[in-house]
Design a protein. Structure first.
Length: 626
């Protein structure tokens, strides 16, 4: 096997690790065996003795086999220092973009490994080598690789010791922009990270940015994230740790879900230095004044977003033990409860409800809510579960003011005058129709006014269940005949007015929509007249008389001839010759446009065409011999 892999680099079909053999045989089983051997120091010695690592270094250099490289990197164990870590480091720096991204993802389980409640220095040291490699990946030229490294490092910050170690590495994230923002926010969770970011002048600039605009942009971000959280099923939970309750305490609050993005003011109030900065800036007082003054208004959409942003900021500050005392000084909790119990906009109530749950996460905030008649359940360790409801399950305070929505019946819904095509209801049409059992009248193709009246009559008949079938069939014949009046904007507006005031089936509305030419809607909107060129050139020019035995599609025999020959009758669902002719003409016209050689415009005679039809137009459809 080693000889085969160390050959000239040509992978033949009978090679051990060829794609076919990896798929169809058990050759892939070698890689789990490598993983078992690499997890033990004695196994590493055995692999080094038989020069297996030489083979692996050759595999890493095979740019044409990314599947083999991924298979090798995924099964090796990197817990023990040695050649596997060197192979991984080489793939993270010298591989292709696909390989570098995959190698970075392999480090996730080593940087974010489950740890016991009492974390020792030795246990943290096992993840430091992975942290160092991930910090190196932050400077990769591909942004996707950097984003993967930032995501893994953010999860590693759940452990306070690892967070401090990441800060000690002093990563530079200025070149990443918004991608590195979540990781920088996590640095605020400790005093070490706060002083590091304060030295970079990041905190003051980011705080002003959130106060002036980012706080409002957070509203759409959090609402979209919550919508995904309630609609999707998360197979693998992403837990986050709390820096407020000490090292090793798992934070089971709302932010344990990876759907919820971090908030600047929440991370800022985790430390005493951040609380002093927030007190000196006075931002929380500004948020409280906005909630108090504009919290109950429901007209201005921009002001609603502004109030929601202030609510989320106050809730995130109140969820921290160090930030909850700010709520008592601002006396804003009662205003949030007022919004949750009586606001006219239900999304504002939902936002206030979530914010009250955040405030209940801190013991100080839970006491304030208890004074106002809201309470939250706690876990066995005394931590709030983050779900705050009125005391005594008095949910009428939250849902009692909601009025049920009585929607009108669909038949009684009327369009406003500004959206109507016809302001007045069209008058009822009275016409002398032939009995149902008689043959239909011939189409008045030569007179546009009579054809318009005929179309309006048939559309009116579509609303009659007795006359529906016959009107439907005649309108289909009119569509196949390419009548000139179907390009009239005036007729189109009249028909739209009938549809607004009448009741029609969905199939009938679709037929009426497809009845007119595609450009008639544009002409009706622009106010063009009926004389404007609407249809295709074939519709605008006069049709030649019947020549060469071909039958003119716009002319129908008289009713008596139809009854005698029965040629124009067809069963329902069958495709008549007129429809075949129309589709054939369109196909041939499109072919003529695409052919540059004039000699190609005349195809060879078909054995199915009669000599008479060959003397006619070039676009005549193929006729079956009679």
């Amino acid at each position: 096997m080693t000889t085969c892999l160390q050959a000239s680099g040509l992978w033949s079909e009978d090679a051990v690790f060829s794609k076919d053999r990896l798929t169809d045989s058990l050759c892939w089983g070698y890689f789990p065996m490598f993983g078992v051997l690499s997890a033990d120091p004695k196994g590493l010695v055995l692999m080094d003795r038989w020069k297996m690592f030489n083979m692996m270094y050759h595999i890493i250099e095979l740019k044409q086999r990314p599947d083999l490289i991924k298979l090798l990197l995924s099964h090796l164990d990197y817990s023990v220092p040695g050649h596997p870590r060197v192979l991984l480091s080489k793939s993270m720096t010298a591989g292709t973009k696909e390989i570098r991204t995959h190698a970075t993802e392999v480090l996730r389980k080593y940087a974010v490994r489950p740890m016991a409640a009492n974390v020792s220095q030795e246990a943290v040291a096992e993840s430091k080598w992975a942290i160092q490699l991930l910090v190196t990946q932050l400077y990769d030229p591909e942004i996707d690789v950097c984003a993967t490294a930032v995501q893994i490092l953010e999860q590693a910050c759940n452990r306070k010791m690892l967070l401090e170690y990441i800060v000690e590495c002093r990563p530079s994230l200025d070149h990443l922009g918004e991608i590195g923002a979540p990781l920088l926010l996590r640095f605020l969770s400790t005093s070490v990270g706060y002083h590091y970011l304060h030295g970079l002048d990041y905190i003051s600039n980011e705080m002003d940015d959130w106060f002036l605009g980012r706080n409002d942009a957070y509203v759409s971000l959090i609402e979209a994230s919550l919508a995904r959280a309630f609609s999707e099923r998360v197979d693998e939970p992403h837990n986050r740790m709390s820096m407020a309750f000490g090292v090793g305490d798992v934070e089971g609050d709302l932010f344990a879900d990876h759907h919820v993005p971090p908030h600047f003011y929440r991370e800022l109030t985790r430390t005493e230095e951040g609380c002093r900065l927030l007190s000196s800036k006075g931002h929380l007082n500004e948020f409280s004044d906005t909630i108090r003054e504009h919290g109950m208004q429901s007209e201005d959409a921009e002001l609603l977003v502004k109030v929601k942003g202030c609510l989320w900021a106050v809730g995130n500050v109140g969820s921290m033990e160090l930030g909850a005392p700010f709520l008592e000084s601002c006396d804003v909790v009662k205003d949030i409860i007022k919004i949750a119990e009586g606001h006219d906009v239900f999304s504002m109530r939902g936002t206030a409800f979530f914010v009250l749950g955040l405030i209940s996460r801190s013991s100080y905030g839970l006491e304030i809510l208890s004074e106002h008649g809201w309470d939250s359940n706690t876990s066995q360790t005394g931590n709030s579960l983050g779900l705050c409801i009125p005391t005594g399950l008095d949910l009428d305070r939250f849902f009692g003011s909601l009025q049920p929505w009585q929607h009108p019946a669909a038949a009684k819904i009327e369009l406003p005058p500004s959206q109507r095509t016809a302001q007045a209801k069209p008058s009822r049409r009275v016409c002398n129709r032939p009995p149902i059992e008689d043959n239909p009248r011939p189409l008045p193709l030569g007179n546009d006014e009579k054809m318009k009246e005929r179309i309006l009559e048939l559309i009116a008949d579509l609303g009659n269940s007795v006359l529906y079938k016959r009107a439907y069939g005649e309108l289909r014949k009119i569509k196949l005949a390419h009548v000139r009046v179907l390009s009239s904007p005036d007729l189109f507006l009249k028909v739209m007015g009938m549809l607004e005031w009448g009741h029609y089936r969905i199939a009938a509305r679709k037929l009426i929509r497809d009845l007119f030419e595609p450009n008639v809607l544009k002409a009706a909107i622009l106010g063009e007249t009926a004389g404007t060129t609407m249809g295709t050139k074939r519709d605008a020019r006069p049709r030649p008389p019947n020549a060469g035995g071909g039958r003119d599609r716009d002319v129908r025999p008289a009713a008596g001839v139809q009854a005698a020959s029965g040629r124009w009758r067809r069963r329902e669902g069958d495709k008549d010759e007129d429809e075949l002719a129309s589709s054939s003409d369109e196909a041939r016209t499109e072919r003529q446009r695409s052919i540059s050689d004039p000699s190609d415009l005349h195809p060879p005679p078909s054995p199915f065409m009669s000599p008479a039809s060959l003397g006619g137009y070039a676009t005549n459809p193929i006729r079956r011999p009679t």
